[in-house]
Design a protein around this ligand. Structure first.
Ligand code: SF4
Ligand code: SF4
Length: 173
């Protein structure tokens, strides 16, 4: 029973492999619309988080590191070992910061080889010129000034009251 297999094995020793060699160098181009290696451009990213929300296998993570000056260091990581290459992240990214390239040669020997990462600094909004207490005091002062001006205007608009004595004298004439 083993003999037929032995014959085939012997034949295979001298025949060409049926598989194709891994295409290093001039690899054939992928078909149009192929969804391959992810590309992330942190320069375009606005940190909206939409890509994370639409990624079903949760292949996208974000790390936010607060810096001393109030800025934030933001790193997005796309893990291609969890990615299903559905392209939802790319379709939903309003800034087109993520694209799926036609690179299908996704090989590596460590987990890091399959991570696509990018970092950018989110600058903190400018600090307000005044403290809340100062703003409150300014508001109160402005309100008081407005009230005083309104009161002064009301006084000016009142018709002049003639003294009673003057009126009586006129009546005698
Ligand atoms: S990559 Fe796009 S969808 Fe994801 S956080 Fe950045 S801008 Fe938003
Ligand atoms: S292609 Fe799909 S699975 Fe891969 S990171 Fe984007 S949304 Fe997630």
């Amino acid at each position: 029973m083993i003999l037929p297999y032995l014959g085939q094995s012997f034949k295979n020793l001298f025949s060409k492999p049926v598989t194709e060699a891994f295409p290093v160098g001039d690899a054939p181009k992928a078909a149009e619309g192929y969804r391959g290696r992810l590309h992330y451009d942190p320069e375009l990213c606005i940190n909206c988080g939409m890509c994370m929300r639409v990624c079903a296998p949760q292949a996208i993570t974000r790390e936010i590191v607060p810096l001393e000056n109030g800025d934030q260091k933001i790193t997005f990581t796309y893990d291609m070992t969890s990615c299903t290459f559905c392209r939802m992240c790319s379709d939903f990214c309003a800034k087109k910061a993520i694209t799926l390239t036609d690179d299908y040669l996704i090989v590596g020997s460590a987990h890091e080889d399959f991570l696509v990462t990018g970092t950018f600094i989110k600058t903190a909004p400018p600090k307000p010129k005044f403290t809340p207490e100062q703003l409150e005091a300014m508001k109160k002062a402005a309100a008081a000034k407005k009230a005083a001006a309104a009161a002064a205007a009301g006084e000016a608009e009142k018709p002049e009251e003639k003294p009673a004595a003057e009126a009586a004298a006129k009546g005698e004439e």
